[in-house]
Structures are given as structure tokens and as C-alpha cells.
Design a protein around this ligand. Sequence first.
Ligand SMILES: [Zn+2]
Length: 255
Amino acid sequence: MILTDTHTHLYSKDFDADREEAIKKAIQKGISRFFIPAIDSTHTSSMYSLEAQFPENVFLMMGLHPTSVKENFEEELQHIEEQFKTRDFYAVGEIGIDLYWDKILLKEQQIAFKRQIQLAKSKNLPIVIHCRDAFDEVFEVLESEKGDDLFGIFHCFTGNKEQALKAISYNMKLGIGGVVTFKNGGINKFLSEIPIEHIVLETDSPYLAPVPYRGKRNESAYIQIIAEKIAALYELDLEEVAAITTKNSKDIFGV
Ligand SMILES: [Zn+2]
């Protein structure tokens, strides 16, 4: 059985004490593919070290997270372009719009999101979207960039059924994580009505741990808990969920 964590920040400081142990624990459970979203330039070297440590299992993305879009975002976008000149990545991510804290830099977030979508298209790469309190704003950008060359993952999807179908209409798969195990999470109510071909699994570790670890540090080994929940919702075996969602991740990332 091969499970894929399509979104895990294993380079985070939260893993400094036991990173190798946490990764080996996941691999033992069959979670052997880790897709690593970028946040901003301060994390680039720790992402490269992680990749050097687990070259068979770690697949890096490059991008500027919307909450890291500040007044200096042009410099950050420049940093991304420079990384792409020296090597390849598996996606442009995580990118998008986050209005949870405030809307002061909405315009800058929209510009950075759009520019990074265009970068992904120029490299035939998927995008990995971060959307928080910003469905309308994210869909507005996707609408302006839609086409066969636009595809990717709507990470940590927590919207309603209508928003799920809309995301899928832009060639996005839904990244499903710990929230599906929350009683008040919402998505478990309708998820099984969405064909499983549109679903990929993710932890977003160290954030958003599934029940019964809710509130604690999340880790990639917990993909198994999310896969079990998906198996129950879709009335499938764990092995089938692993095979289908790993195939879905290969369709997106090309590996
Ligand atoms: Zn993330």
C-alpha cells in the first residue's frame, strides 16, 4: 500500500527534535510520498536539506504563501524565479489568498497569486492553492486564468458542495485532511457525493491534526487516519483509497 501526503511542511521547526523519526514512522505505515509546499524564502534552505535527507520520498514545490505576501513581495517572487533557474520543482505552491487576518494586502495577494499561476503555466506545472476566508476572491483569479493549462490542488478544502464542484471545474483536485475527521468540519456531510477521482490526501502537518490528535502537532503518519475516514465515507477498503488517491496525486504532480 502506498499513501501520498500531498501537503506536508516537514521542514518546519516543529519537527526539529524528531524529523527523521517522524518521517520513518510514516514510511513504515506506507506513507512514502511527501509533497512539500513552500512558504517563503526563509524556508528554502531547510526544504533543500529535507530533500537531501530523503531524496526518494520528498518532492518539493516552490512558491510564495499568501500570508507571506508583504510589501517586499516582488523580491520574494524574484527569489522563486531564481530557484527555478537552477532546478525543477513539482508544483508552484502554496499560493492563493488568505483574508483571515485582514484584507489590507488583498491587492498584493491577488497580483502574487496571478503571477505565480502564470509561472506554473509557463512550466506546465500544477498549482497548489491556499484559500482561507477568500473563496470568491480565489475563484475570481481562477476564472481569469482558466484553461487546459490551469490545474492543481485546492489544498485543505473546507468549502461546501457547490464550491467543491466549482473548484473541480477549474481542473482542481480537493486536498482533504484532518478537517474531514472533525464533527463540525462540514465536508464529511457531502464529500462522498464528489467522485473520489477528484480527491487527494494531505495532512498540512504540523497544522490541523485529525481526531483524536486535534490540537496537537500533526504529522504525515496521520494520513492513515484520514485515509480510513475517506474509506468509511466512500465505503471502500483502505487499500483502494490508497491506490486511487495516490494515482490522483500522480496525475497532478506527474510523479
Ligand atoms: Zn500548508
